[in-house]
Design a protein around this ligand. Structure first.
Ligand code: ADP
Ligand code: MG
Length: 239
């Protein structure tokens, strides 16, 4: 009997081809990333791991188009981004990527809720206070909606930054240590939120993390050492 096997290979959502990042520091050059080649299919959950200083944040910034490689190319959802003008790049980023910075980068003059609403307003899609409230609720901050960033702890700011990144339902979510400042309960909450997005909205997730529980839930682990990929493994999810 013949068995027909149909393989559907999801399209690559995020690709890096021969990416190098070198920074000139006075008289010497520092190679921060060396020959990075990655292809991340749509819907994959990737954990980026590695010691402090190994280049994780730099890589994430390059993949998001927030920084430019010294050589090589970054391709987002089939579009090579290095040739794009700043405006076109900002638009593409706005449509495709939710980004959570390691330092949160909330707007100090806006409340938690206004920060969460901002991406939607910037994208010209009006606003959706209901969704903003729901997201703040999900990250356990419904009582903090009207607080300003200075009135929030580091962990609370981190959760506002996550809610903000989820606001426009981006196909790609990138986060730099999203549970880095959270206690176990809130870390678990954020993990559930991320997994929910990945499963139900098929969001491609790229997370820089040291968190074992988070990493154990990823489809793939990419390890960096001294600016190079030294490990790239698929894994069964720990559910
Ligand atoms: N703008 C910069 N100028 C000089 N060195 C930098 C700059 N950005 C990052 N680096 C260096 O590049 C290396 C990788 O940094 P980073 O990507 O922040 O690592 P990680 O996020 O893994 O801790 C570190 O040694 C860091 O000091
Ligand atoms: Mg970092």
């Amino acid at each position: 009997m013949m068995t027909e096997v149909t393989l559907t290979i999801p399209r690559p959502m995020v690709q890096a081809r021969a990416v190098n990042k070198t920074i000139r520091n006075g008289s010497h050059r520092v190679e921060i990333l060396k020959s990075i080649d990655l292809s991340i299919p749509a819907g994959q959950f990737v954990a980026i791991m590695g010691a402090s200083g190994s280049g994780k944040s730099t890589l994430l910034g390059l993949l998001a188009g927030l920084d430019t490689p010294s050589s090589g190319s970054i391709i987002l959802d089939g579009e090579e981004i290095s040739h794009l003008e700043e405006d076109a790049l900002a638009q593409l980023r706005g449509r495709k990527i939710g980004f959570v910075f390691q330092s949160y980068q909330l707007i100090p003059t806006l409340t938690a809720e206004e920060n969460v609403l901002l991406p939607m307003e910037l994208s010209g899609n009006g606003d959706d206070p209901g969704r903003a409230r729901e997201l703040l609720d999900h990250v356990g901050l419904s009582e903090r909606r009207h607080h300003y960033p200075v009135q929030l702890s580091g962990g609370e700011q981190q959760r506002v930054a996550l809610a903000r990144a989820f606001m426009v339902r981006p196909p790609i979510l990138m986060a730099d240590e999203p549970t880095g400042n959270l206690d176990t309960a809130n870390g678990r909450h954020v993990l559930d939120l991320l997994l929910g997005l990945n499963r139900h909205e098929k969001t491609t997730l790229l997370l820089v993390t040291h968190d074992r529980e988070l990493a154990a839930n990823a489809d793939r682990r990419v390890s960096l050492r001294d600016g190079e990929v030294v490990g790239d493994e698929l894994q069964a999810r720990d559910e």
